[in-house]
Design a binder for this molecule. Sequence first.
Ligand code: PLP
Length: 369
Amino acid sequence: MNDRPVYVTRPYLPPLEELLPHLREIWEGRVLTNGGPFHQRLEQALAEYLNVKYISLFNNATIALLTSLQAMRVTGDVITTPYSFVATAHSLLWNNLNPVFVDIDRETLNIDPSRIDKAVTKETSAILPVHCYGNPCDVVRIQEIADFYNLRVIYDAAHAFGVAGPGGSILQYGDLSVLSFHATKVFNTFEGGAIVSQSEKMKKHIDHLRNFGFVDEVTVVAAGINGKMSEFNAALGCVQIRHIDAAIRRRRDIEERYRTELRAVKGIRLLNPSDNYSGNHSYFPILINDDYQISRDALYERLRSNGIMARRYFFPLISNIPMYRGFPSADIANLPVANEISARVICLPIYPDLQSADQGRIIRIVAGD
Ligand SMILES: *Cc1c(COP(=O)(O)O)cnc(C)c1O
């Protein structure tokens, strides 16, 4: 085997020449961070691109999640999904909040709204759902439940960059939505993230929390954090955004080919994308059923031994990781669907410059030819 390894994702980068003039501007202006000109330009460009009113850039999505929970003054129990990246639940532990895991829906792999009611306690103050793989949660139903019990809703929208339906951006739902611009995500600034909020007052509050709680030179209103995005990352974002539509189109074509060529493979289930929303094609999960020729882990090993570094996102389930196992809601009997999906899933490589021959190789291995 002398093919080079193919990873589950390969960060998208713009032509370096497009970044250089921006870097020169930074070098000459000597404004490196603290809401400089590129920070302002990127906030505005993203607000326009994403079609949202209020967005606050962050140095990464994890700090943005921590800040969101502080901004909404979330306390006690928080209802969330076990089927996500660990940062979702970690943001709760870092705020001394108790995660309450609710099982996922078998079709969308997002939190199952019909199970949220039963998980609400006197201590519940918020719901932290995830738009898993960029597939929208049932935002309308979740808001109804939140309104009934007077709960805040903070979406971990790390996968949901650019996802929009007839009513507009998915990011307009809930109180806040958190985006990630990590290298592995659809839109990247190397490291980065953002919070989308729904009022100018809340955006201001978030901006203060992001900068240690400073309102002006001498006034500190909260025990804030350092969540600022540097000018370097913001300048990169200003260039990346010129290419994002083309990058998403490439992803869409790759997904299309996977769907066409894997549709008929016995024992594999593909997720059905939402009819109402245009996705961002950020992940391509396949579910390995019992009637597939080998086990999920055997396929995973077979891919790896052929240089295809597919990933079992999300395995292990957050609720099965040691620091979460002790929470009552982490019981496997409470989360049958999430446990099953986590044992069946493999995410196949999908990224704008995935080579056609490499994708062909992946398809042949999965199809068992
Ligand atoms: C990537 C990711 C995060 C963390 O984002 P960072 O920008 O790396 O901090 C949080 N939640 C989910 C669902 C993610 O996929």
